[in-house]
Design a protein around this ligand. Sequence first.
Ligand code: 3H9
Length: 696
Amino acid sequence: MSGPVVTYRRDGNVGVITANNPPVNALGHAVREGLLTALAQAEADPAAEAIVIACAGRTFFAGADITEFGKPPKHPILGEVLARLENNAKPVIAALHGTALGGGFEVALACHYRVAVDSAQVGLPEVSLGIIPGAGGTQRLPRLVGVAAALDVIIGGNRLTAGQAMEMGAVDAVVSEPLVDAAVAFAADLVRGGKGPRPTRDAAVTSGADDIAAARQQHARRYRGFNAPFRAIDAVEEALSLPFDDGLKHERALFEACNATVEARALQYAFFAQRQAAKVKDIPKETPARPIEHAAVIGGGTMGRGIAMVFADAGIPVSLLEVSPDARDAALAAIGKTYDGMVARNRVARDVADARLAAIAGATDYADLAGADLVVEAVFEEMAVKKKVIATLDSVVAADAIVATNTSYLDVNEIAAASKHPERVLGMHFFSPANVMKLLEVVRADRTSNTALATVMPLAKRLGKIPVVSGVCHGFIGNRMLQVYQREANRLLQEGASITQIDKAIYDFGLPMGPFAVRDLAGIDVGWRMRKAFGIGRSQDARYSRVADMLCEQGQFGQKSGIGFYLYKDGRTATGENPLVADLAAAEADEVGIAPRDIADTEIVDRCVYAMINEGAHLLDEGIAQRPSDIDIVWLNGYGFPAYRGGPMFYADTVGVPAVLDALARFQKAHGAVWAAAPLLERVAREGMTLADLNT
Ligand code: 3H9
């Protein structure tokens, strides 16, 4: 980068400090130093009667530089810069655009006045990084907007629009572009009106003890297992009782303590891992993407409907093809109902929902898809059906249109081979409900072109999804690991643990539900049908558990049939175990010659999680996953792996790969060859590396 990161100039009687640190003006050391130098210039400039702080590029400061968090702090720390701003003898005005987040919003809060363009957003997302605002956010925001609203921003992670921020009192004016001119005019007006500095620290926090208690209670469930959100509440509570400077000191101490936790390392790792996952290692950066202006979805079942909504929600018109007018109308009606539900829950405004629904055109004729730039098939999960659809598209859409299959398990190479243009075919494996779940596995078949991938990866971001590339294998990254996790849960059941014990151990480890409760929720029959179709059973695994299959044979599919592994009332509340499960498991144990025993919760967790880690390492060995962190992104965003543990591969590093290998060896001795360690784990241990070392 050329030129200084912070500059000073004067416009009339207003000094203007501009930071320029692409891409997001993170407040790294050079910026903090530059701000102090520029402030000194502004203070010393006799013609400057007020000071504007602005940023060049796409955004006001988007926060502290997260890459610095693992390193010792370097002075000046942000708090020192902000004290100099707040205590300035000249009025200081922040000019906000883009996303003023974290330390960026804290800069603004330490200024005496704030103006913002309409499109600007502000927020304090620190808890999502395992830390708390560390430069006064917990002390200044409650002083400006009150405790309840401040807690919403700090704990709820809500970003405020400029208008909302103004309504709350965090922004003084919403101004028109050009922003800096408007900020200078605002500053000149202040001077003309004889208005001087207005330090936020001088405002009183009036009340809020009830809001503090309510926040602790309200967030207990959402943040089960997390530390930072509760330390942030502690810090806000101190704003009520402590003098400002003491409050700041306590906040800084809490910030540092939080930043030293595994939770902080895990969440900050995941921040960069998510961005890394969007990059395909061997595709040149300059590979052009194909423009996508119109999409089509084939199949109006649950997945197809959700996928059509994903495009509509992102403002991309989409055609939804069904086999008959009745099926088409039923799909559109179901989508309409989903939008109605979202309106009722205040998730979306009525007019926005209507516009989204209008962006989905029902169709019954392939010819209606002719103009689609991208087609996603979401038809029945059967190879012959999928191949027919893919082959039909050859004569329907342009030769360079992208064709995606939403298969969860089928061989994408075989599906692609049904097309005359296999290079344009890839997998887009959405997770259910497709319009809600963030994860998108992008399945790269052997002949998928660079253009197809270079189109779909950025498209995924436009769709609000988190894309991860997977090679072709049964189940891709996520479901292949899920299978070994479920295998271990089944084996533990055979060996004498109850489903209640297994589910609780996994829940206590941090997943939102245990493996059996999840299967009841999703429908046990889904896996049953898949296993039948693929002929999966005792022939591959002498200890294959037939318990789920036997439940399905009796029509016990889980929540939807009121009985599965558990019994349910009202369709979703479990009232206890289905007694049949323990009986079937005991009979099966007998059959395979296993004597029941007491099993510790730690063994349950280790076996379920280490099985996943080992499978993840196999996926890396086979080149199915690009990097360990991609696997973590899949598990964090598709399967509810606890974010404060960073994902299974990050977790392996926190346990230590040699310790994981020791456990694998023990399990192999006790339970057989499925526990043979992946060569990659052995190499990592032998070479004294961590799995994280493989990410770069
Ligand atoms: C904090 O402020 C603590 C304070 O209380 C102070 C305590 C003392 N640092 O996301 P994008 C990189 S905590 C370093 O693709 P977008 C990112 O890795 C911080 N790097 O763009 C990527 O790099 P690459 C609170 C950062 O337009 C590139 O910039 N703030 C940072 O989709 C582009 O990012 C936050 O948590 C950073 N802070 O979204 C905000 N931010 O090109 C974090 C980004 O090599 N940032 N990078 O892959 C964001 O939420 C989004 O980046 C943002 C832009 C919305 C700003």
